[in-house]
Design a protein around this ligand. Sequence first.
Ligand SMILES: Nc1nc2c(ncn2[C@@H]2O[C@H](COP(=O)(O)OP(=O)(O)OP(=O)(O)O)[C@@H](O)[C@H]2O)c(=O)[nH]1
Ligand SMILES: [Mg+2]
Length: 454
Amino acid sequence: MASLRATPNLLAMPPPLRSLLLTHHILFPTRTFATAKPPRPPRRASTPPLPGFDPEPLDPTEVYIPPLESTSYLPPPSNDPNGLPFPAPPPPASSLARATEIFTSKGGPKFLYSAGRFLELPVNTHTPEICLIGRSNVGKSTLINALSGLLGASARNSHGVVARKQGSAITSRKAGCTVTLNGYGFGSPPPEDADVLAEKLQENKAKREAIVKGATRQARREAQKEYMQREKPRRFALIMVDMPGYGLGSKKDWGMEIQKYLAKRQMLRGAVVLIDAEAGVKDQDRMVLGNLRDHDVRTMVVLTKGDKVVDYALVEQRKKDAAGTEGRKVAEERIHEVLVGVWKELRRVERRSLTWLEGGEKGWEREVWVTGAGDPRNGGLGVETARWAICRLAGLVEDKREIVVPGLDVVKKVKNKVTKVVEVKEPEIVSFDDIEAMIAREKARPKKRLHPSF
Ligand SMILES: Nc1nc2c(ncn2[C@@H]2O[C@H](COP(=O)(O)OP(=O)(O)OP(=O)(O)O)[C@@H](O)[C@H]2O)c(=O)[nH]1
Ligand SMILES: [Mg+2]
């Protein structure tokens, strides 16, 4: 049997070695394909599940309770004694749809380039660019994948050549996975004026002809150089640049290249700083905010891994075994804590600048977004609104929301009943004459002694 199966191999061998192979097959018969493989023992989970947390997907028939009150928050108004962040209103459906279209049209993103150094980046003179910046392992590449429509598990487990071919960003559990500046193109550009387009094409044609028609070798070489730097027609609505992470597993050189990028990139419309919702603001985050301030780059903060905070809250809820929104309360409290830390840090960094200001054109945005792009079960917590926020930062959609700052809550006691009312006081208008009279009255009044002994 063994010798029969070895026949094709035998014929392929040089004649002097055939007897050797035959002896080998007779002495050590190989396993045949007919032999069934013994079934593998089931793999053990590498990490035990959280106590009390059931990783099974939620029952779809259950009433859906949103895991958080909102996916974006604004800082508390200065007159709020509790100082709690308040949930921002959701973006309007029409511009949300436009943002989704930009990110998910054309069958997903197009991987454009991978540049180890700033000088290796292709010239971009017309497409708005947004960069993702954050600590290693915070979830930058996962967010890029989720923005382009990949669901949780696929967004976070994107490896190898296939992922690259699909235009997805490569992710890893190990810090320091992305080591170059990687560009991804999204959506179709707005239609260009036909005359302008024709003019540009004509210009490029003339440049190409100059390479052949140049009188001297020097002239031809210069014409070629100019042709290489020509402005190509715009192909995308938006370019997103995934950066190497800073902190664990990062290198000093990357920091230098990122600094150059922030200082010199012509079409950079803003930076999205990713902060781990579980870990909060770290020293490296402070450093990067300082860099963005120094280069006057418009900055928006996105919290990642929000799903982990929600999961933790679910565990707490099950421990208490109480019906209702106990779990959501815990999640909200933790998110609030991180958000307050973010705004505190942004304001501290802002103090050293006269231009990088809260809500300013080249400053930082007050609204902070919460995402759970790599959530293995649900996937996509806050991804839809994050798409919109990025498009807004790039100037591709308008923000027409009316944001009403909640008034000061005043507790009033009426007939032993405590009622909470919101008082919105109209500002009083006082004339200059009244002010002068008030000052005169104040001066004429005899001074009160604070205490008889004074
Ligand atoms: N639960 C959860 N896990 C996430 C989320 N985002 C990322 N992860 C996980 O975090 C790990 C790191 O994700 P990456 O997207 O590779 O992080 P990165 O910031 O690109 O890391 P570097 O390229 O090393 O700088 C992966 O194991 C992801 O599965 C999230 O929103 N929720
Ligand atoms: Mg990465």
